[in-house]
Write a protein that binds this ligand. Sequence first.
Ligand SMILES: [Zn+2]
Length: 115
Amino acid sequence: MHELSICASIVDSVLEELKNKKIAPNKLRKCGIVAGALRQIVPEFLKDAYKMTTNGTGLEDSEIVIEIAALTADCPDCGWSGELKELNYLCPACDSVLKLNNGTELYLSDLEYIT
Ligand SMILES: [Zn+2]
């Protein structure tokens, strides 16, 4: 389950961010992340992993909110452009190989804390 290692780096970034803002970890309530569809993250697993990873860090009272970013692609041949519902490398209009625009991003989008 790769969610644990993903979570470890998320928790590191969150702690770093809070430290920069001089906010105590136990003030955090929500940690929002955006994950690309190609990361194949299972939100339930990530939530469990977050609970395990935050244990002992002061972030125990916060919850992680995961938004899966839509996967979009362009076709270099016919100009088709759109969102892919599932991973598919062939253009739905002309069957050429698509150029994927995103899918592997992973970043903190939002931190909510009490002051
Ligand atoms: Zn095409």
